[in-house]
Design a binder for this molecule. Structure first.
Ligand code: SF4
Length: 317
């Protein structure tokens, strides 16, 4: 049975809906368009949802960092903070299968980072906050992968975000079936090389957590496990760390390949590490060899296929 696509929240204005304060939408982002068909995009406009209407007055973040309020820009007297926070809680509570969120650059409600902040006199003091809605989403579900439209134009950030979306979606589906010690070990076995590519220290920490889990409440271990896993996947993998994992996996073919095949695979991994070919090139050859020399442990590694190949994300990193 085909698994349901992951569900990702997105600002309605990025989906072409005329919900911005001016009655416009944002220009379409081709990278977001390409996700359709593989990821279900559920759109939300928090400013519309709290009844601000369109066209509407603009809002801004006002106050000290960490204590900002969402106020009308003109007079800084009308406070939208409480309804905006309440709406973010509704989105999280009503969408338990949400596995990621695409935010909107610069928005005082939906911005991911570096949103402008003003002081009580109306002077801009810094660009260092998350939008009010985005910050509350993050507070309610700190593991939810988030990215903003502008940053999705970066190949490495986009690949990282999508691989985290698929990881969180797999976790939610796994958890819905009931968490067991064996299930947790199996989930981890599939993610070992993926985590190794992102943060090698987490590879050891997660292994130790599960090795010492006997006798502990499984739900507590599971929460710690997924927290470590999602944090580690957020670290950006590099050509060097990916090449290290490719070499580890190549080791499983040591006694299976002849000298020519070994040399060809080794050369492609080196070319990848040196920036000459993208990751998909050595990976395709690896997968080809494992079709002929089957290995159940390697075949289940998420590292080999973290998301559908048609997304073509590893052609660019
Ligand atoms: S940035 Fe957020 S609040 Fe503003 S129009 Fe887009 S979805 Fe609505």
């Amino acid at each position: 049975m085909k698994m349901k696509n992951p569900v990702v929240g997105i600002g309605s204005c990025l989906m072409g809906q005329p919900v911005r304060y001016s009655g416009d939408s944002k220009r379409k982002n081709n990278h977001i368009e390409r996700l359709k068909g593989h990821i279900k995009l559920n759109s939300f406009c928090p400013e519309m949802a709290i009844g601000m209407g369109v066209p509407r007055q603009t809002v801004r973040l006002v106050g000290e960092i960490g204590k900002t309020r969402l106020m009308d820009s003109k007079t800084q007297t009308e406070d939208f903070t409480a309804p905006m926070k309440a709406y973010a809680a509704v989105v999280i509570d009503n969408n338990p299968n949400l596995s990621g969120y695409i935010l909107v650059k610069g928005s005082p409600s939906c911005g991911y980072e570096r949103v402008k902040r003003y002081n009580d006199l109306g002077n801009m003091s810094a660009s260092d906050e998350m939008g009010m809605f985005a910050a509350e989403l993050h507070r309610k579900d700190p593991l939810l992968p988030m990215e903003e439209d502008g940053r999705l134009n970066d190949d490495v950030l986009r690949e990282n975000f999508i691989s985290r979306v698929y990881a969180y979606d797999r976790w939610k589906k796994f958890k819905a079936g009931g968490v067991s010690h064996k299930g947790l070990l199996d989930f981890w076995a599939r993610y070992k090389y993926q985590v190794m590519a992102h943060r090698i220290s987490s590879y050891k920490t997660i292994g130790q957590l599960l090795a010492n889990a006997n006798g502990q409440t499984i739900e507590i271990v599971a929460e710690e496990f997924i927290s470590l896993l999602m944090q580690s996947l957020k670290a950006l993998a590099t050509r060097k760390s990916h090449a290290n994992v490719l070499e580890h996996i190549r080791g499983y073919l040591k006694k299976k390949l002849d000298a020519n095949d070994k040399a060809e695979l080794g050369a492609l991994i080196t070319q990848y590490r040196d920036g000459i070919v993208p990751l998909v090139v050595p990976l395709t050859l690896l997968r080809h060899h494992f079709k002929r020399h089957q290995n159940p442990y390697i075949e289940k590694q998420v590292f080999l296929l973290p998301y559908p190949e048609e997304l073509s994300l590893r052609n660019r990193i």
